[in-house]
Design a protein around this ligand. Structure first.
Ligand SMILES: CC(C)(COP(=O)(O)OP(=O)(O)OC[C@H]1O[C@@H](n2cnc3c(N)ncnc32)[C@H](O)[C@@H]1OP(=O)(O)O)[C@@H](O)C(=O)NCCC(=O)NCCS
Length: 374
């Protein structure tokens, strides 16, 4: 099927206005596109991005898209008509299109990308597009949040789908919004922490991020922590870097909450606590945690697990939290019992022991209704 869509010349997006680029946008386009974050996440842009690149884009590159049923718009502040970003729609096959955007560094964090993406998406779907796609880098949290806020649904990861400026292939998360999708932002089942963190005055739980890898790795790769994992294989430093850098995306995927445990007063790293949502329909999540050896014996693990359980039962639809513990791991069993978990099972030969045999596991669970404290 060949599309016969024509996008409007200007789109009113409330807080933003999408319009054609003009010659007097050139300095702002150059400054915004020569920005390190823009260049990092839009690897097809020339680097450095010069005045000549901006002149070409405004006069030729951007208008060309309209001739084939897509469009490249300047995002303008409706009050001043000054350029604050750029957004485009490239036709793919049939009635599908790909959306991409950037916001000038001086206008970020104000909802510009979200308002522009909503406006262009709504316009394109009402103009005849049936499916719109967005692709975001795994580490581009801001763009993933734009996708969710504009009602896009995460479909999965396209492996090695782009090449960065150092010539390395990188994965991209694929999002789509299709005609008939419910209006509004995409619902999240693992919402953000209220105020960005959880604390009881003694420990502080903070969402894991890329910069945590240097602190996380020595503990995550330590013999004792590895011995209590499923695979019993120590991660490499590069794997821990990916694990930390991928934490925000795993959370936004409604899959996995990863938190660093810190001393509430000093902020010193103490360990990790997290949960994985098994399946939304069963409302069950799996808990895991570990502490650096120097931070054990202070009740930190119990406090961290309790804080996370309370958040899960208060702010998500999770009904049942479960944890599996190796039979000899008495400290971990004690943590769970102190938090109100009940031992429900003894799974014989549940996991490979790393030496050709199998090892037993105790299973514990805590129900939302079990304890008024939660
Ligand atoms: C991605 C980008 C367009 C976002 O523009 P923006 O106008 O700042 O986005 P918004 O203000 O609409 O914010 C959207 C969300 O991202 C969050 N956000 C913004 N910057 C963030 C950051 N550095 N880290 C984490 N979240 C961030 C906002 O809090 C908001 O979240 P919420 O909707 O859950 O409250 C901008 O950062 C940018 O130009 N980046 C470089 C180019 C790029 O990445 N383009 C997209 C390629 S796929």
């Amino acid at each position: 099927m060949t599309r016969r869509t024509t996008l409007a010349d200007a789109i009113d997006g409330g807080a933003v206005r999408l319009r054609w680029y003009r010659a007097d946008d050139v300095p702002a386009v150059r400054a915004a596109c020569d920005d390190p974050l823009t260049l990092r996440y839009l690897p097809a842009l020339p680097e450095p991005y010069t005045d000549a690149d901006a002149v070409w884009w405004v006069a030729e590159g951007a208008p060309a898209a309209f001739a084939v049923g897509g469009g490249n718009f300047a995002i303008a502040d409706p009050a001043t008509d000054r350029l604050v970003g750029g957004i485009g729609l490239s036709p793919l096959q049939d009635d599908e299109g790909a959306v991409g955007y950037w916001v000038a560094p001086w206008s970020r964090h104000r909802g510009v990308a979200t308002a522009a993406t909503r406006a262009l998406t709504e316009h394109a779907l009402s103009a005849g597009y049936g499916r719109l796609q967005l692709r975001t880098d795994v580490t581009n949290t801001a763009s993933q949040r734009v996708a969710l806020a504009a009602g896009y649904v995460r479909e999965g990861v396209a492996r090695a789908a782009t090449v960065d400026r150092r010539g390395r292939r990188r994965d991209l998360i694929v999002w789509s919004r299709v005609a008939g999708d419910p209006p509004g932002p995409t619902a999240r089942h693992l919402p953000d922490l209220p105020g960005g963190e959880l604390t009881d005055g003694v420990v502080r739980l903070r969402p894991m991020r890329a910069g945590d890898a240097a602190e996380v790795h020595p503990v995550r790769a330590s013999r004792e922590v590895v011995a209590n994992t499923v695979t019993r294989r120590a991660p490499s430093p590069a794997e821990t870097e990916r694990y930390c850098a991928g934490a925000p995306a795993a959370w936004l995927a409604d899959r996995d909450v990863r938190l660093t445990v810190r001393d509430a007063v000093t902020g010193a790293f103490a360990g990790k606590v997290g949960l994985q949502l098994e399946d939304r329909s069963t409302a069950q999540a799996d808990l895991d945690y570990y502490l650096a050896p120097a931070c054990r014996g202070r009740g930190y693990a119990t406090r961290a697990v309790r804080l996370l359980c309370r958040w899960a039962f208060t702010h998500t639809a999770i009904e049942r939290l479960v944890a599996g513990v190796h039979v000899p791991n008495l400290a971990s069993q004690r943590v769970l019992e102190r938090c109100g978990f009940v031992r429900e099972g003894h799974e014989r030969g549940r996991l490979p022991d790393g030496a050709g045999g199998r090892t037993d596991l105790y299973t514990y669970a805590l129900l939302r209704t079990a304890d008024p404290e939660y």
